[in-house]
Design a protein around this ligand. Structure first.
Ligand code: SF4
Length: 685
């Protein structure tokens, strides 16, 4: 008997990869399961069961620490369920199957009706259906094409392990049924190569053995290919299934194996075959058939291409909940931001997850093309990944703040709002500033600080605190330190006689305390003005900025006396500038004496109207003519700058006013006459 083994038989690269991943997980920590049998081969499944990895059939009853996604792949909905449970994932989906997922998603997003050529019950097809939101129909044979409606836009894809000729026939049959057709030939070249190798071999042999699980799609397709050539074909799952009666002495027996058939079963079968002694020498020939292929390169299952695809996949490994990943902003709306996270799924960041700050639009926070870091919150049923930038920013900020806290450093932050007992501060995350730590003294109105940016010291940092703020700040210590520095500078530079600007800090009955930028000085009420000031509040408000003169310094007791009066013109200076003898001015009677009345003509400057100057008749008592507080017009008779005396006359002012009135009357009369008698006036001239 001559045994000829097809050169393409047994594990394909995708299954081998899934096999190795499962072996790796069998030797790792934790309890791992596969979602469904790893491959359609009982021997392989049993092998892994013995090594602690068992298949889980129901997605809703997930268990263990981790799940291996088999080479058939899963729907995004199933992936979301696994992600939600927080299980570890090793994704052994064959890269070629992932390409079918991509095609399904693309067709659905571009509005195509979709036909999947395959078996609706096959897990690969069920996964594919999920990637187009189950908006596809599955057909298993060309017979079903006749019942199809007419399509406007039709997309066609195939289960990877289907017969390529049948697929092409289906495509051809569908062509007249659509205005536009888009076809993705997603049949795996491993499948095709096995089929071609088996078909070619079938033509040369008396009998074909196809080794593989009877439930395996590609084993069934392989067997069908062989049978189609008319050769006697036997499907066996293991050496135990071999029947010596199938073979005659001198037969050429071809051997092929499905893509999920492990090498050890093939070897076992070949070993068993050598025991069928027909007297002739046994011979095993490995076929060297070179098969041409027109398949697109992306379906090439050569080791080289597979390694390339695996490298690409390493970059697009589906992120798990809690992962921090990088992405590129592809769309920005008011309410959310779309992010390309490098996989097949798009990520979405709702506005509330963009920032710790309250902003009205995501457009204020992101721009298209920008690379950002995001945290995976969860997977939605449609494969969209819900992301948070806020949480990454918070985590990064917390890391930095923790470092600053440990080093005793300073942070900068903006006060956002007031709460009971203090203020909230944005330092990358929201921290608490107790009211007693806002300044180095009591603060009356905390709201005045909102919107302002300051430096703070972190006095408490507890990442794990469940209640209250994890970060507590203080500004008090920094204010104290700054003040002490300024105080030192102040005393080093201050001199009596200097004029400085200062801000009124506090008003008290006896004066005003002025903040001179590092130190406070006292402006006594008597130094506010040349005129008497009843209370400082009559002149100032707290917070006003004024210029002050350094009147005296007591370096020992650290006291500074200030004067404002020194910087103001004295009333006498004003009088000398403003008035001259003979001027008639208005004034207020401020005091009455037996010899006359004192009249204030400028704040702080009184003149005397002697009793003899009160009226042009003899006055018994000044009160007979004027009263205190009365406003009168007086004439300045004399100004004695030396003695600071001003002589005034009410009488002369009255006479002058009378004179003015008479003159005015006469002028008015003349004017009236000229109007009444214009001719007479002309004749007089
Ligand atoms: S798509 Fe091809 S290479 Fe991938 S698992 Fe299936 S048969 Fe193997």
């Amino acid at each position: 008997m001559q045994l000829i083994i097809a050169d393409e038989a047994g594990f394909c690269t995708g299954v081998r990869r899934a096999f190795h991943i499962s072996e790796e997980m069998a030797n790792s920590e934790g309890k791992w399961f596969t979602l469904g049998p790893l491959v359609h081969n009982k021997a392989v499944v049993d092998y892994f069961s013995q090594n602690g990895i068992e298949p889980l059939e129901d997605i809703n009853n997930l268990a263990g620490d981790g799940i291996i996604i088999r080479s058939h792949g899963v729907s995004p909905q199933a992936m979301a369920v696994i992600q939600e449970k927080g299980l570890m994932i090793r994704d052994a989906t064959c890269p070629l199957v992932k390409k079918v997922h991509e095609a399904a998603r693309l067709l659905q997003s571009e509005g195509y009706d979709i036909i999947v050529f395959g078996d609706i019950h096959h897990p690969e097809v069920q996964g594919i259906m999920g990637w187009c939101n189950h908006k596809a129909q599955v057909i298993t044979s060309i017979d079903e094409v006749q019942s199809q409606k007419k399509f406007k836009k039709l997309g066609i894809i195939s289960q990877t392990t289907r017969n390529e000729n049948e697929f092409l026939a289906v495509v051809e049959a569908l062509l007249p049924r659509a205005q536009e057709i888009r076809v993705f030939n997603t049949i795996c070249s491993a499948t095709r190569k096995r089929q071609e190798a088996a078909r070619l071999l079938s033509a040369e042999v008396d009998c074909m053995l196809v080794i593989g699980d009877r439930n395996s799609s590609n084993t069934k397709t392989l067997a069908q290919e062989c049978q189609n050539t008319g050769v006697a074909t036997h499907v066996i799952e293991s050496a135990q299934d071999l029947n010596p009666e199938w073979f005659k002495a001198g037969d050429k027996v071809g051997v092929s194996a499905g893509a999920s058939t492990p090498d050890w079963i093939i070897k076992e079968v070949l070993d068993r075959m050598t025991q069928f002694d027909d007297g002739a020498p046994q011979e095993q020939i490995i076929q060297e058939t070179q098969m041409e292929t027109n398949a697109p390169r992306e379906n090439d299952t050569s080791e080289e291409n597979f390694a390339k695809m695996e490298a690409e996949m390493a970059d697009i490994v589906s992120p798990s909940r809690g992962d921090i990943i990088k992405g590129i902003v592809v769309e920005v709306h008011d309410d959310d931001v779309m992010v390309d996270v490098g996989g097949k799924s798009e990520g979405i960041i709702p506005l509330r997850e963009m920032s710790v700050k309250d902003v009205s639009s995501a457009k204020l926070l992101a721009t298209v093309g920008e690379e950002i870091e995001v945290l995976v919150l969860k997977w939605d049923d449609d494969g969209t990944i819900l992301l948070s930038k806020k949480k990454v920013d918070s985590k990064r900020a917390m890391d930095k703040l923790e470092e600053t806290f440990n080093e005793g450093g300073i942070v900068e932050g903006t006060i956002t709002s007031s709460v009971k007992g203090g203020l909230l501060v944005d330092v990358g995350v929201i921290a608490f500033l107790p009211a007693s730590h806002v300044e180095d003294g009591y603060v009356k109105n905390l709201d005045e600080y909102i919107g302002k940016t300051y430096s703070f010291k972190i006095i408490e940092f507890n990442r794990n605190k469940k209640r209250g703020s994890q970060i507590v700040l203080s500004r008090k210590q920094l204010v104290e330190a700054e003040k002490s520095k300024l105080k030192e500078q102040f005393w080093a530079t201050i001199e009596e006689g200097q004029v400085l600007k200062g801000r009124i800090k506090r008003l008290v009955d006896y004066g005003a305390f002025i903040d001179l930028g590092g130190f406070e000085g006292l402006l006594h009420v008597s130094e506010i003005d040349h005129v008497r000031v009843e209370h400082p509040s009559a002149v100032f408000n707290e917070g006003d900025e004024i210029e002050v003169y350094i009147l005296a310094l007591d370096r020992e007791k650290q006291r500074v006396s200030l004067s404002r009066k020194k910087l103001l013109k004295s009333p006498w200076e004003i009088v000398m500038e403003k008035y001259a003898e003979g001027d008639i001015v208005e004034g207020k009677v401020v005091r009455i004496a037996p010899f006359g009345a004192f009249v204030e003509i400028e704040p702080g400057v009184d003149g005397l109207v002697h009793i003899s100057q009160l009226a042009n008749y003899r006055v018994e008592k000044p009160q007979d003519v004027v009263a205190v507080s009365q406003i009168i017009r007086v004439k300045i008779l004399s100004i004695d700058q030396e003695e600071k005396r001003i002589g005034l006359s009410l009488k002369e002012a009255a006479e002058s006013l009378q004179e003015e009135e008479v003159q005015e009357y006469l002028q008015n009369q003349e004017g009236q006459e000229s109007q009444d008698d214009p001719e007479g006036s002309a004749a007089d001239e």
